[in-house]
Design a binder for this molecule. Structure first.
Ligand SMILES: [Mg+2]
Length: 389
């Protein structure tokens, strides 16, 4: 079964949150579809970072290099991409573009063999624990408390909130925010924090020291650039476990985190980490170091398969905006029920594109300012929020 046409398109979805207002988050993704000579089709996505560059990479570089190759030979395909297009193992655009195609190849393989991807990866179990990311960076203590309680009431057992991310806020403000969230949700709900590589080692340490009594389950990407050496030092001085790895791009960057003792939890995300093929390699490497895996960087419906399929798979992240975006653009996606996700029964990814909603949300003009008033994650900037008041 040979690879035929590969198409890529950019889509955008606005997220509303009751009580906060419309369009609190603008979520974009690149949708990729791979056709085969046997008529089977598979799809995958990658996130919103430099989306036009990702689309150009797919259309002008990856598609011509991969056309005619056997869909099932993912090792041969990756090897060809490393040699032909990425001999110096860049991350970023090429990793993201390859990720979306690789997910589509695994979707096709599952459809061909009538198996779910998690089964093809080893079928450890057909479920995973879940967590919800509810704590937007622009939430104050009151909003964190209110939404934390709402999510607990909805059945979530593990919650994650963002710290950092606001130039006008300091580590001291984040201590108050984390304490407010912990107080609101009580002692029996797991709480994680995520700074998206915001802090320098000094400020990360001060924040961690200030929330020692909050029983935080992990501090995700606490330090700028995921500097493995600094993360290893940080782990020596804090009791809070460290998680990282969502956008490292390939196994060699993940290896640096692992061998430097920089993480307690490794978080390869299939959208940015070379797809399922490369993510599974990281999962197996982590097994040899007795490291658990968890989802960072959201997109639960694409990350559930390796987290269910491999024996060190941990919780799947239902980041609110990406969760809602997934429901909008794909049919048959699972929701978390009482802190648990069950893999849908269908072959491959197990859910299907909603072509109507994809067509209605497509962005075709590269000159459009995609992030006006927002940060690189698509979240509102403080001045945008203030201007709305
Ligand atoms: Mg994260």
């Amino acid at each position: 079964m040979k690879i035929g046409n590969i198409t890529a398109s950019l889509h955008k979805h606005e997220i509303d949150l009751p009580g906060i207002g419309a369009s609190i988050e603008s979520r974009m993704f690149v949708f990729v579809e791979v056709e085969t000579d046997e008529g089977l089709k598979g799809f995958g996505i990658t996130g919103s970072i430099l989306p036009w560059a990702v689309i150009a990479c797919i259309e002008h570089h990856l598609a011509p290099a991969l056309k005619g190759r056997d869909v099932l030979y993912t090792e041969e395909i990756h090897s060809h991409v490393w040699r032909k297009l990425n001999s110096r193992t860049y991350t970023g655009v090429i990793s993201n573009a390859l990720s979306a195609i690789d997910i589509a190849l695994w979707d096709i393989r599952g459809k061909k063999e009538q198996r779910s991807i998690h089964e093809l990866l080893g079928g450890f179990r057909n479920w995973a624990p879940t967590y919800a990311t509810f704590g937007y960076p622009f939430f104050d203590e009151k909003q964190l408390a209110e939404y934390g309680q709402k999510f607990v009431k909805d059945g979530h057992r593990m919650l994650k909130m963002v710290v950092g991310g606001e130039p006008t806020r300091t580590w001291r403000d984040d201590i108050r925010r984390v304490k407010a969230a912990r107080e609101a949700i009580g002692p029996d709900i797991d709480l994680m924090i995520d700074s998206n590589c915001w802090f320098n080692p000094h400020d990360a340490r001060l924040l961690a020291r200030g929330i020692e009594d909050c029983n935080v389950m992990w501090f995700e990407e606490p330090i700028q650039q995921n500097d493995a050496r600094a993360l290893a030092d940080f782990r020596q001085v804090t009791g809070i476990p460290v998680a990282a790895g969502q956008m490292e791009g390939h196994r060699w960057r993940s290896r640096e985190l692992i061998v430097h003792h920089a993480v307690d939890v490794i978080q390869p995300n299939v959208l940015y980490h070379g797809g399922i093929t490369e993510t599974v390699k990281v999962g197996h490497m982590a097994q040899a170091f007795n490291l658990p895996m968890a989802n960072g960087g959201g997109w639960p419906i694409f990350n559930m398969h390796h987290l269910c399929g491999l024996m060190n798979g941990g919780p799947v992240e239902f980041h609110y905006g990406m969760w809602m975006t997934g429901k909008h653009f794909f049919n048959g996606t699972p929701d978390p029920v009482d802190g648990k996700l069950t893999i849908p029964g269908g072959p491959g990814l197990g859910f299907t594109p909603n072509y109507e909603n994809l067509a209605a949300s497509r962005i075709t003009d590269p000159r459009q300012n995609l992030l006006e008033g927002r940060d690189s994650h698509g979240y509102l900037l403080r001045e945008t929020i203030d201007a709305r008041k």
